[in-house]
Design a protein around this ligand. Structure first.
Ligand code: FES
Ligand code: FES
Length: 405
């Protein structure tokens, strides 16, 4: 049924159709009338940046913008925002293009555990948007609607004051708004804007960017691996020459579009236990020789996470005549996939590269690689990862014993 009038009763168990635009994405959901906006954002759309603390309108953690006004998402029913424009913390900035407020919070150490940070960011956005002339002495009271349990107030005030002083002519708008697929934990009642993580929709951008920019700084995962292949160098060079074949060697990856000029569109799936991610993205071969590839890639997963990577592959012939595959990669992750933690994400990525090397060997030998379009098996990767860790732990123990004797 359509959103009810204020005096209309909705039968228990009935759902109500509600549509709104969140961070530039139009969504249509069918929800029980009693679901709060905060729960709808978090559970039905996967926008978990909006935090919940008190759920009574006291702590401000759940602050978002509804039609440009700061709103406690825990105090509003989702059906009340039918037709509204919402901005959540996910819409503020991108990892490589943060909003000035996000930059300033980082610079001034304005976040400790980070639990209050989305509320403070959205609340201070609302403040500076409406009152760019606000003075430092007024900030404690103006920002008192959000509570920080870690008591990082001084740094938060420094950060907001910094941005206020730098943007007296007006605060820059949100930088991460546009159409994307949103997927929540509870997808059964969602009727639109929801994609199956196992079957990601085509990206909406039809035009490729001028370049893929890779963040500076320490990557989430750094890979530097060398594998010895059984195939001779000339056969491996044939695989390097055939980009489609090469991509078929990458576990879970699929090429969907050749955009010309060494630009490609594709998708990649990763499954780790109950966590399934599907990335849509672009890759640019900035260097492509028979023995060398330099690739820049970026992708977004259906829950708003993202990955950017710079990968260099090189095939060489050793003095003994073996073919060696060298892979050097810097991978930057945000969102759920980054939640694996650097160590596990590193182990999984390394294992995928090892599988990639095996598949290249198969392809070079004229055998169709066994990995096309399938996500890497969670169990196999985890077992192999744990086995590697166990082996390394045993080796360390052996080294310690030998050092002690
Ligand atoms: S969770 Fe909404 S104000 Fe505390
Ligand atoms: S940084 Fe921890 S609650 Fe504010």
């Amino acid at each position: 049924m359509s959103p009810p009038a204020l005096d209309q009763r909705v039968p228990a168990g009935a759902t109500v159709d509600v549509s709104f635009c969140v961070n530039g994405t139009d969504v249509a959901l069918s929800l029980p009338a009693r679901i709060t906006l905060a729960d709808a954002l978090r559970d039905h759309l996967g926008l978990t940046g909006t935090h919940l603390g008190c759920e009574h309108g006291v702590c401000g953690m759940c602050t978002i913008l509804v039609d440009g006004e700061a709103t406690r998402a825990c105090l509003v029913f989702a059906v009340q925002v039918d037709g509204a424009e919402l901005t959540t913390v996910e819409g503020l900035g991108k990892p490589d293009d943060l909003h000035p407020l996000q930059e300033a919070f980082g610079h001034h150490h304005g976040l400790q555990c980070g639990f209050c940070t989305p509320g403070f960011l959205m609340s201070s956005y609302d403040l500076l948007d409406h009152d760019p002339q606000v003075q430092r002495e007024d900030l404690p009271e103006e920002l008192s609607g959000v509570l920080c349990r870690c008591t990082g107030y001084r740094n938060i005030i420094d950060a907001v004051d910094d941005v206020a002083c730098a943007h007296r002519d007006g605060l820059p708008g949100p930088k991460n708004c546009g159409p994307r697929t949103l997927v929540g934990r509870t997808t059964s009642s969602a009727t639109a804007a929801v994609g199956d993580p196992a079957d990601p929709p085509e990206p909406t951008e039809s035009v490729r960017p001028d370049e893929i920019s890779i963040p500076s700084g320490e990557p989430t995962v750094a890979i530097d691996l060398t594998s010895t292949l059984e195939s001779p160098m000339a056969d491996v060079a044939n695989v390097f020459d055939d980009v489609r074949l090469l991509i078929r060697c990458l576990p879970g990856a699929e090429l969907t579009d050749d955009l010309g000029d060494d630009w490609f569109r594709g998708r990649a799936r990763i499954a780790l236990g109950p966590i399934k991610m599907a990335f849509n993205g672009l890759a640019h071969l900035v260097e492509h020789e028979s023995d060398r590839l330099h690739v820049l890639a970026q992708g977004n997963d259906t829950s708003g996470g993202g990955a950017q990577a710079e990968i260099e592959l090189r095939a060489t012939e050793s003095d003994s005549g073996d073919t060696q595959l060298h892979a050097v990669a810097r991978v930057f992750l945000v969102g759920r996939i980054a939640g694996f933690g650097r160590s596990l994400a590193g182990d999984v990525s390394r294992r995928m590269f090892e599988d990639f090397a095996t598949a290249i060997d198969q392809a070079a030998a004229g055998v169709e690689p066994d990995v096309e379009s399938k996500p890497p098996s969670a169990l196999r990767i985890l077992v192999a990862t744990l086995r590697d860790r166990l082996r390394r732990a045993r080796q360390r123990a052996r080294n310690r014993r030998q050092g002690g004797s």
